[in-house]
Design a protein around this ligand. Structure first.
Ligand code: FEO
Length: 404
């Protein structure tokens, strides 16, 4: 059980963190997890001892060791699966076999999705939105949060401890021995929480105010928010801050900021991008230039979250968009950013398909162009660079005007 190695961490009077820390993961389905992550699971020491979520399969021993440091895992009566994605359910069936719980609960969609993952014969009971289940000396209440970010997602709330188990919501990919947000540098928390929101929750941003309303209507007043990744929020200041951040990010209200993302073959598009940036800067917007030789798609998306414009520069290679730009734009299209202007530029040799291809992708994404695209043949002339500057200035002005 490794109980002499791994220890549970007390979260509130009757709740312990029993998750796992993954220091080495760097790819989370296409998302660069530069700081690793945690898979959080929680043990509620009620009359009916309850485990909330499990962990990614290779971390089962760490989970079981932390559980065993406070109770015999065989004493667990109930397991709750708030979310069926494999980072939280990967060892669920193994844990069920070891623990032989009286009950396993998931949302209705959770029961279906867990059957898709592990087969139809699992003894898992569906709970309804708003249903309360007694754990003996305390209750737990379930709240469906469909499509935040899977159809099965739900929150669980312990009214007695004012503790909200929020699965992926309010989480971040951040490995640390500090279990609580108030023990970690604010700038790291802000960046990683924004990155998580941008890369995981952005397509469903419109649902977030509805969940906030639902929480208020249900009378949940969490004093602790315990997500399935990253640190736990336990101070009123931190809880207010993360709730406010979610309100801002879900509105996708742009700031005076533009992101320029580009790649280059023989430095022509690189030169154009710098002229575009000078034009943007002259309009007063904050500029973030992201060369794709060194910027990961998930970091680009993080910068796009609060930007008013995205300017994309691509050379044409073999009658096509440069592959790194195709990657970023395909990823970004799925994340459905809102309230952002687009612009395209790039160098070509003899045909120049990249720029119209970028324009077409923007059209498919319902992103309006903020200025006239610029193409140049082989190497930009002074006149081409002036056009790039003008493009940046025009887009920047539109961003600034939209903020007034
Ligand atoms: Fe952390 Fe959607 O799984």
């Amino acid at each position: 059980m490794k109980k002499e190695v791994f220890k549970a961490v007390k979260v509130s009077e009757n709740v312990y963190w029993v998750g796992a820390i993954d220091w080495s993961v760097r790819d989370f389905h296409g998302y660069l997890t530069s700081r690793g992550t945690t898979y959080n699971a929680y043990l509620v020491l009620a009359d009916k001892i309850t485990l909330i979520d499990t962990v990614k399969a290779p971390f089962k021993d760490e989970l079981m060791g932390r559980i065993a440091s406070i109770v015999d895992p065989k004493d667990i009566d109930i397991i709750i699966s708030n979310h069926s994605e494999m980072d939280h359910s990967g060892c669920l069936t193994d844990v069920m076999e070891m623990v032989e719980p009286e009950k396993v609960y998931a949302s209705g969609m959770g029961v279906k999705n867990l059957a898709h993952h592990f087969g139809p014969d699992l003894a898992i009971e569906a709970v309804k939105d708003g249903q309360t289940v007694s754990l003996g000396n305390m209750d737990i209440v379930f709240m469906e949060t469909r499509m935040l970010h899977w159809p099965d997602s739900m929150f669980s709330y312990l009214p007695g401890e004012k503790l909200l188990f929020s699965q992926d919501g309010f989480g971040m990919h951040l490995a640390s021995y500090e279990r609580f947000a108030d023990e970690i540098d604010d700038s790291i928390l802000d960046y990683e929480a924004a990155k998580y929101f941008a890369n995981i929750l952005m397509p469903y941003a419109a649902l977030i105010p509805k969940v906030a309303e639902k929480i208020a209507k249900a009378g949940f007043e969490p004093a602790v928010i315990a997500p399935d990744h990253g640190p736990i929020w336990r101070t009123s200041e931190d809880i207010e801050h993360i709730l406010n951040s979610y309100a801002i990010w879900s509105a996708q209200k742009p700031e005076a900021k533009a992101v320029v993302v580009y790649d280059t073959m023989w430095n022509a598009t690189d030169e154009m991008s710098r002229a575009v940036c000078e034009g943007l800067e002259s309009s007063g917007v904050h500029v973030k230039l992201m060369p794709l030789k060194g910027s990961h798609r998930s970091d680009v998306v993080t910068e796009v979250l609060d930007a008013g414009a995205l300017l994309v520069g691509s050379p044409t290679i073999n009658n096509n968009l440069f592959p790194t730009l195709a990657d970023v734009l395909s990823y970004l299209k799925g994340l459905k950013p809102k309230n952002i202007l687009g612009a395209a530029f790039g160098s070509y040799g003899w045909s120049g398909e990249a720029v119209p291809q970028i324009e077409k992708i923007f059209e498919e994404m319902k992103i309006e162009l903020g200025g006239e695209s610029v193409k140049c043949q082989y190497v930009p002339t002074e006149e081409d660079l002036v056009k790039c500057h003008e493009l940046g200035a025009a887009v920047g002005k539109k961003v600034m005007d939209s903020l007034e």
